[in-house]
Write a protein that binds this ligand. Structure first.
Ligand SMILES: Nc1ncnc2c1ncn2[C@@H]1O[C@H](COP(=O)(O)OP(=O)(O)O)[C@@H](O)[C@H]1O
Ligand SMILES: [Mg+2]
Length: 318
């Protein structure tokens, strides 16, 4: 699929001047432009609502076509043909029915130390492998909100998969995110640019919730927090669909009282629960064994699980 395929000037309503304005705001292609809604584009560019509506309509038609109806048979065929991104942990790939599918959001939720960050590191490497080895020959962007990214882990994992460690590091774009507004800008602008220009196929946000919990404290800011969280998740999904990329988010857990006991639930409330496609829960089992369990998914069976272990070489089968 072409990524930055059509030039901004090629669509109705965009001349050289408007194209220049859009580029100066970080919108580099028609596909990128088509992701914006009118309010966002008005805020960004100060163009009039009429112009913005017109430009966005022609952008959408150019990118997504004028016929938006497909038969379910075609959809089924497309789904069969999607390339799965493997973790190369056999039990996990089986649980995920062959690996991660693109255009979907995967959530790894779990207590600290359950392997969320290690799995993200492993995927940042396996995405670089060829299709015959479970990858898609792409790069990764790692949005790091918890200072969790570790080059030394990448080096070890790369060696295990016979990749040149320096090349593996070169193919991972790390963005340190400082707050929610920063995360929004980085995703709406930088991440799209990296997808279009640096062959990024995997978006990792480790973790999605930390910034929001830190920034919007207290009950009175909860509604605002959820709204902002919803906003960024919606953007991530727009990007995943428009560019056919893979997405992994990590999430923390909360202790929720249930009678006499406490159960662990993913943070982020209904907003996160609805926004993610496949919700996977990670927990510790006996000794050094960890378990990934399906918590919610439109396709994977509820409570199905896979065991794994973390070693010096990354995430491995038990
Ligand atoms: N080099 C390593 N060798 C073996 N285990 C490691 C190594 N690095 C990290 N780990 C293990 O990974 C676990 C932390 O996993 P991590 O993915 O960071 O957790 P979280 O779910 O909090 O993101 C710890 O149990 C740690 O012992
Ligand atoms: Mg972590």
């Amino acid at each position: 699929m072409g990524q930055g395929d059509i030039d901004l000037e090629d669509i109705d309503g965009v001349g050289p001047k408007t194209a220049q304005l859009l580029r100066s705001k970080g919108i580099l292609s028609v596909r990128h432009l088509a992701l914006f809604n009118p309010e966002e584009l008005i805020e960004l560019t100060d163009m009039t609502p009429d112009r913005v509506e017109k430009i966005l309509r022609s952008a959408r038609e150019a990118v997504f076509g004028t016929n938006r109806v497909s038969r379910a048979t075609d959809l089924a065929k497309n789904l069969e043909n999607t390339i799965r991104l493997k973790t190369n942990v056999r039990a996990i790939d089986e649980l995920l029915q062959g690996g991660l599918e693109p255009k979907a959001i995967y959530e790894f939720a779990g207590e600290f130390g359950t392997g969320k960050t290690q799995l993200c590191h492993q995927l940042a490497v396996t995405v670089q492998l060829g299709q015959d080895r479970g990858g898609v020959g792409g790069a990764a962007v790692y949005l790091d909100t918890e200072e969790a990214f570790s080059p030394s882990r990448i080096i070890n994992i790369a060696r295990r998969f016979d990749l040149d460690p320096n090349e593996a590091l070169d193919n991972i774009y790390v963005i340190k995110v400082v707050n929610a507004a920063d995360l929004e800008d980085r995703i709406k602008l930088d991440v799209v640019k990296l997808i279009e220009q640096a062959n990024v196929k995997l978006i990792i946000v480790d973790s999605i919730i930390a910034l929001y919990r830190a920034e919007f404290r207290g009950r009175e800011r909860l509604a605002e927090r959820q709204q902002r969280l919803n906003y960024i998740l919606d953007w991530i999904m727009r990007i995943a669909k428009a560019y056919n990329v893979y997405v992994v988010l990590t999430n923390q857990v909360l202790d929720v009282p249930m009678g006499y006991i406490e159960v662990k639930r993913p943070a982020g409330g209904n907003v996160l629960a609805h926004a993610v496609t496949h919700r996977l829960f990670l927990k510790k089992s006996r000794e050094d064994i960890k378990v990934m369990e399906v918590l919610d998914s439109p396709r994977l069976p509820y409570k199905a699980s896979a065991m794994f272990r973390i070693t010096d070489r990354g995430v491995e089968d038990v």
